[in-house]
Design a protein around this ligand. Structure first.
Ligand SMILES: Cc1cc2nc3c(=O)[nH]c(=O)nc-3n(C[C@H](O)[C@H](O)[C@H](O)COP(=O)(O)OP(=O)(O)OC[C@H]3O[C@@H](n4cnc5c(N)ncnc54)[C@H](O)[C@@H]3O)c2cc1C
Length: 499
C-alpha cells in the first residue's frame, strides 16, 4: 500500500488526510504543535476558560456539510450549530450601534431605515451575489487552478461577466448603496479576504450572500468541536497523527520526494501533501532548485493581515455585548491603508470582539465571560510587549465605553498573541494570520500552484494556495490536493502493474 505523508494538522491537512485514507492509502500527519487545528487550535486554561485561538465566524455551512457528506456523514452527527440572531453588531460610534438581524426581511427593513430605496437594491445585490456563490461553489472553488482550460466550460463562460471577476468590489458596492454605514457593512467581509475593496474582484460579493443570507452560525463548544470532529473522522478512516513532530526537511531521491525528516528521524513515503504555510515549506524544507517560487516572488505578493489578539477572561457576565461585535467607529480606509499601502501600527484602529460565552456556557467558569479582541495589522510589523499593551488599552477603552462600565478590574485571565507568535507557532510568512489576500492577481490560476513543478509527488494545500483563506476554503484545498495525489498514485500504480 502506498504511503502518503501530510505536513501540518490544520484544516487543510486533516481534510487531505481523510480523503486519502478513505481512498485506501496509509496516511501519516506530522504536526509540530501538540494539538491539531493549526490556526484553529483551542487554548484551555487551568481556571476553565476555553478560547478558540483563531476562527470564530462559521460561514458557508454547506461546505462543512458537503465535507462530512463525502464520507457518508452529516455535521449533526458530530456537533450542533446555533444560528446567531442578531448575526453580529456593528459599532459606528458612541451610542450608535446597529444590530444586524439574521432574518432577511428584518435586514431589508434595516437597510430601508438607513437609506431610502436600499431594500430593493439589496434584493438586486443579493440576487447577483447568490448567482456568484452558487456558480463559485459549484464550478470554481473545487478546481485545482493548474491551467486556464479548467475554466473553459460553456456555462461558466456564459456567466463570466455576471461573475464580475474583473471589476472592483468597491465600485460594485457603490453602484448599489451610498450610505457609509451600508458600504462599511458590505465591505467588511472583504477584511476576511484580506485586501482593499478596490483591489478585490466584485466576484467576492458572494461573501455577502454567505454572511447575510446563509447566516452566521456557532458550533457548540467552539471551532475546537469542528477540529475534533474532523480528527475523529480521519482516525476512523485510518489516519495516524503524530504531534510534537516538527518536519525539518523533505528528502529527495531521483527527482522524487521520498521521505520526511522529522525530529532527526526519516519517514519514507510515496507522496507528500505540504499543508503547512507554503512559503515555509519551500524556503525551509526544500533545496532551492526544487522550489516553485523565489523569495522575490513572495515579497511581491499581497498578504492578508496579521492580527493582535487578546484572550480575556472576566469574573462577571457582560450582557451588553453580543457574540460578534465589529468596532467600526474609526475610519476603515485609514486603517486599511496602514495595513496594505503603508504598513505600520494603525493610528486609529478598527477591531473586533468575540464573546462566544454569550452563546455557550460550557466554555467559561460559571458566571464568567470570555472575550477575544482582534485588531488586524500589517504582517511583518515589529512586535513588542509595549506595542501590544498600548493597543490593549486603546481597545479596552472603547469596549468599556460600549458596555457602559469599566470591565478592566474584572479581568481574571489575559493572554496576548501577535506577529511573533504566528511566526513561532505556525512558521507563518511575516506572521500573517489569514494567508494570501484574494486580489485579482491572486485568484484561481494566479495563486501559488497546488503541485510542485519539479517533484511530481509533492503537492501543497492550505490557505496560501487554491481556493484561498478561511476555514471552508482550507477544507476544500485539502480535497483538491488529495485528488491530485490520487491521480498521481493511481497513474504510478497502473504503470507499476504493467511492468
Ligand atoms: C485570528 C484568526 C481568525 C480567523 N477567523 C476566521 C473566521 O472567523 N472564519 C474563517 O473561516 N476563517 C478564519 N480564519 C482563517 C482560518 O483559520 C485559516 O484560513 C485556516 O484555519 C487555515 O488552515 P490551514 O490548514 O491552511 O493552515 P494552518 O491552520 O496554519 O495549519 C498548518 C499547520 O502546519 C503546522 N506546521 C507548520 N510548519 C510545520 C512543520 N515544519 N512541521 C510540522 N507541522 C508544521 C502548523 O503548526 C499548523 O498546525 C482566521 C484565522 C486567524 C489566524
Amino acid at each position: 500500500m502506498s504511503i502518503v505523508s501530510i505536513i501540518g494538522a490544520g484544516f487543510s491537512g486533516i481534510s487531505a488526510a481523510t480523503y486519502l485514507a478513505s481512498a485506501g492509502y496509509e496516511v501519516h500527519v506530522f504536526e509540530k504543535n501538540s494539538l491539531p487545528g493549526g490556526r484553529a487550535r483551542q487554548l484551555k486554561t487551568e481556571s476553565g476558560y476555553i478560547f478558540d485561538m483563531g476562527p470564530s465566524w462559521y460561514w458557508m455551512p454547506d461546505v462543512f456539510e458537503k465535507y462530512f457528506g463525502d464520507f457518508g456523514h452529516s455535521v449533526s452527527e458530530f456537533y450542533s450549530l446555533k444560528r446567531l440572531d442578531p448575526a453580529f453588531d456593528v459599532v459606528f460610534g458612541k451610542n450608535d450601534t446597529t444590530h444586524i438581524p439574521d432574518r432577511y426581511t428584518a435586514l431589508r427593513q434595516l437597510f430601508e431605515e438607513i437609506e431610502l430605496g436600499s431594500a430593493l437594491r439589496l434584493d438586486q445585490f443579493m440576487e447577483e451575489a447568490e448567482y456568484k456563490y452558487k456558480t463559485g461553489m459549484e464550478s470554481l472553488v473545487y478546481k485545482p487552478g493548474i491551467s486556464l482550460s479548467e475554466f473553459a466550460d460553456i456555462e461558466l463562460m456564459k456567466g463570466v461577466f455576471r461573475l464580475q471577476v474583473f471589476s472592483s468590489f468597491s465600485k460594485h458596492v457603490r453602484n448599489y448603496f451610498t450610505h457609509p454605514k451600508l458600504i462599511a457593512l458590505m465591505e467588511f467581509p472583504i477584511l476576511f479576504l484580506g485586501a482593499l475593496p478596490e483591489n478585490t474582484p466584485a466576484l467576492y460579493s458572494l461573501m455577502n450572500y454567505a454572511g447575510l443570507k446563509l447566516g452566521t452560525h456557532y458550533p457548540e463548544g467552539g471551532f475546537g468541536s469542528v477540529v475534533k470532529a474532523m480528527v475523529d473522522l480521519a482516525k476512523k478512516k485510518g489516519v495516524t497523527f503524530h504531534y510534537n513532530a516538527n518536519v525539518e526537511k523533505i528528502e529527495i531521491k531521483d527527482c522524487e520526494a521520498n521521505a520526511l525528516l522529522v525530529d532527526g528521524k526519516l519517514f519514507h513515503c510515496d507522496a507528500i501533501v505540504a499543508a503547512a504555510d507554503y512559503h515555509h515549506v519551500e524556503t525551509k524544507l526544500l533545496p532551492a532548485k526544487f522550489r516553485n517560487y523565489t523569495e522575490e516572488y513572495w515579497s511581491k505578493k499581497t498578504f492578508a493581515p496579521s492580527s493582535l489578539i487578546f484572550y480575556l477572561g472576566f469574573n462577571k457576565k457582560i450582557p451588553s455585548l453580543q457574540h460578534h461585535t465589529l468596532f467600526f467607529d474609526e475610519d476603515l480606509t485609514q486603517h486599511s491603508k496602514e495595513i496594505y499601502a503603508n504598513p505600520q501600527w494603525p493610528s486609529k484602529p478598527l477591531f473586533y470582539t468575540c464573546c462566544a460565552s454569550r452563546s455557550d456556557e460550557t466554555i467559561v467558569p460559571y458566571g464568567h465571560e470570555s472575550i477575544f479582541l482582534l485588531m488586524p495589522i500589517a504582517p511583518g510589523l515589529s512586535d513588542t510587549e509595549e506595542m501590544r499593551e498600548k493597543y490593549f488599552h486603546v481597545m479596552m477603552k472603547r469596549l468599556n465605553q460600549q458596555c457602559g462600565e469599566d470591565l478592566t478590574p474584572h479581568i481574571d485571565y489575559k493572554k496576548s498573541y501577535c506577529v511573533n507568535d504566528f511566526l513561532e507557532d505556525y512558521n507563518s510568512y511575516k506572521g500573517n494570520a489569514y494567508g494570501l489576500a484574494n486580489t485579482l492577481r491572486q485568484t484561481a490560476i494566479l495563486k501559488p500552484k497546488i503541485r510542485n513543478k519539479h517533484l511530481h509527488n509533492l503537492f501543497y494545500a492550505g490557505q496560501l494556495t487554491v481556493p484561498g483563506p478561511g476555514v471552508p476554503p482550507s477544507i476544500i484545498s485539502g480535497k483538491i490536493a488529495a485528488q491530485q495525489v490520487l491521480q498521481h498514485l493511481s497513474k504510478k500504480e497502473k504503470h507499476e502493474s504493467i511492468f
